[in-house]
Design a protein around this ligand. Structure first.
Ligand code: HEM
Length: 399
């Protein structure tokens, strides 16, 4: 891991992995929005950082100028495809036309109807997890609860055994959270790829009712999909659905642990749950993405050169006071909430129905069994940052 000096000037030298930014980016965004609002850094290969709702939305829709061929927030030389993933992980890492038809293949797997069919198993899973720690009076709400849920639901969709959940989680964290440590990035990427190569072959020979089987037996323009495309798409589903949703569940519980009034209100008025879920997603949006500038041009007064990286700061956009009243407060019954936690434009999250269901069910089941809880005395809450921000340890106690 390279040791970097702490950031002094966020407008000209930011670092999204700086501990101060990972811990509390909100005040940094507020300052940048007032004074900048587009920051730049030469660190980590250089990047621009957007902070307003208007700029992030405009850039997300300008797909000619801002390409998705490079979406990693932290540059890593260790993307471990070794030529096995020439298309990356479409649709997220593709521009049209590849983006359009690969996205179309995925969408049915995350329709409202399909997602409903995963709800009961998600609820059972949450109840089992709670049964496991309710015998005591404390729990790590991130590691022992939030982290355990999305990986098992994704395993079911992909058609892989649930008992590999911890291994998957380790791989995904290696890829997304430890961009500073090339060995871990490689280990995680190799693990995912090796696993999918093996399972692709199994599903080619013995198809079942799961996503890998479907991709293995689909045609596009009369031709079967190349293996590299199947591996890229299935790998994306694994990576995109785990850290993200776990982070959202953890942040919601972290918030409630410190806001007993909000907790009591949700327990008393369960019909607020849908708007509360949207508000948690807005206030604690986990995902930042990158784009690559396709041609020299000016964007909102900033001279951007072809090849520059642009950070699509969806979390900061969702805290922009010019787009949201009381942007820095969690308002459980917020009436107008056009947040962009799931992105906006052609790359808008394909798994948003699933993510919303998991977040809602995880909070509902928690509150049904644990209506009062708080952070443990002297609790040290730790956060992951970079591409996906969320709590990784939340020591909690309950009576
Ligand atoms: C709270 C949880 C989640 C958040 C906040 C989130 C956020 C996002 C964001 C911001 C994007 C846009 C990327 C861009 O503009 O470059 C995206 C794309 C995507 N997400 Fe999610 N996501 C979540 C959960 C999931 C889940 C559960 C899945 C499915 C298993 C999923 C699958 C995808 C896919 C496939 C794309 C690519 C769509 C495209 O490029 O057309 N996500 N997500």
């Amino acid at each position: 891991m390279t040791l970097r000096p702490p950031v002094v000037d966020w407008a000209t030298d930011f670092d999204v992995m700086d501990p101060a930014y990972v811990e509390d980016p909100f005040s940094i965004w507020d300052d940048l929005r007032k004074t900048c609002p587009i920051a730049h850094t030469d660190r980590r290969g250089g990047a621009w950082l957007l902070t307003t709702y208007a700029d992030v939305t405009a850039a997300a829709h300008d797909i000619e100028r801002f390409s998705s061929l490079e979406i990693g927030v932290i540059a890593s030389d260790e993307e471990p495809d070794d030529g096995l993933l020439p298309y990356g992980r479409p649709p997220i890492s593709a521009d049209p036309p590849l983006h359009t038809w690969t996205r179309r293949l995925l969408l049915p797997w995350f329709s409202h109807g399909r997602v409903q069919s995963y709800e009961e198993m998600t609820r059972d899973l949450c109840r089992r997890l709670i049964d496991g720690f309710m015998t005591g009076d404390h729990v790590d709400a991130a590691a022992d609860y939030a982290q355990q849920i999305p990986v098992r639901v994704i395993a079911k969709i992909l058609g892989v055994p649930e008992d590999l959940a911890d291994v998957f989680t380790g791989w995904v964290r290696d890829v997304l959270e430890f961009a500073d440590e090339p060995d871990r990035v490689r280990r995680g990427g190799d693990g995912i790829l090796g696993f999918l190569i093996e399972h692709l072959q199994l599903r080619k020979d013995d198809p079942r009712d799961d996503l890998i089987s479907q991709l293995a037996h689909t045609n596009h323009e009369g031709e079967p999909l190349e293996d590299s495309l199947v591996l890229g798409i299935a790998g994306l589903v694994l990576i995109a659905g785990i850290d993200t949703t776990w982070s959202a569940i953890g942040s919601a519980l972290w918030h409630l642990a410190q806001h007993p009034d909000d907790t009591a209100r949700l327990v008393a008025q369960p019909d607020l749950m849908d708007s509360a879920v949207e508000e948690f997603l807005r206030a604690y949006s986990p995902v930042t993405m990158a784009r690559i500038v396709t041609a020299d041009s000016e964007f909102e007064g900033c001279p951007m050169a072809a090849g520059d990286k642009l950070l699509m700061n969806f979390p900061a956009a969702n805290r922009d006071p010019s787009a949201f009243d009381r942007a820095d407060e969690v308002v459980l019954d917020r009436a107008h909430n056009r947040h962009i936690a799931f992105g906006t434009g052609i790359h808008r999250c394909a798994g948003s129905n699933l993510a919303r269901m998991e977040l809602r069910v995880a909070v509902e089941e928690w509150l049904a069994r644990i209506p009062t809880f708080r952070l443990a005395e002297d609790a040290v809450v730790t956060w992951a940052g970079g591409q996906v921000r969320g709590p990784r340890s939340i020591p909690m106690v309950f009576p």
